[in-house]
Design a protein around this ligand. Sequence first.
Ligand code: DGL
Length: 276
Amino acid sequence: MLNKQPIGIFDSGYGGLTVFRSIADQLPGYDYIYLGDNARAPYGNRSFQAIHQYTWECVQMLFKMGCPLVILACNTASAKALRTIQQQDLQNEDPAKRVLGVIRPTAEVIGNYTQTKEIGVLGTKGTVQSGSYLMEIEHFFPELKVYQQACPLWVPLIENGEYDKPGADYFVASYLDQILAQSTNIDTLLLACTHYPLLLDKIRAYLPGHIQVVSQGEIVAKSLSDYLHRHPEMEQKLSKNGTQQFFTTSDDTADFDHHASLFFSAKVQSEFIPLK
Ligand code: DGL
């Protein structure tokens, strides 16, 4: 299909599949290509330069596969690479292409979830250190008090299939204790990493009942739907055969398929795409 113009969805590994699940449910007609950079995941503890370079390389791969629009379904990449990609790289490459992230759409609505006006943001070290959520939420909900906690061991636990094992409990409880110790008024915790929904059952089990947990999948899917309504020039460009393709930079596609099916709640069959 030569004229296929899919929506590209990128993550460092599997996490973006939780967002892709919601997007595919809300916007089923489009063609999609998912790309996980599993060969270099996790990104969370890496430098700004590395995250930008890896993310931009993967975005270019998705452009080459025909995607006019790419969603960075990764908070770490959105925090550390999106601005440079939007303001510099795209201008040099192809200004008609678009790359969107997950932080702004989340910041736009997160204030609607809290009664106490105090929320906790859980993310990777990269996301937390970037301060992106503090800045974006301040812009839309200046009255909110936002507390942050980096959870650097959660992604490795999840990527290694340990998220539902008893060993994960200690690390779940430990980071939750640390964020809740910052304020007794927190009533909403945002999972600001697309991997974390896999830990949802354990997170809920360790939280007091009055604290709600917000994942990003549906928020990002709704925001993409709004974006396509506001941008008919992009919407019309996108091809609509309802296909889904999965690519990973890891040469172990069988391993990817096994884990990915759990994140995506459906069977996944991937293809290997080598890094240059
Ligand atoms: N899923 C990614 C995010 O939302 C991060 C995972 C990683 O550390 O690579 O931040």
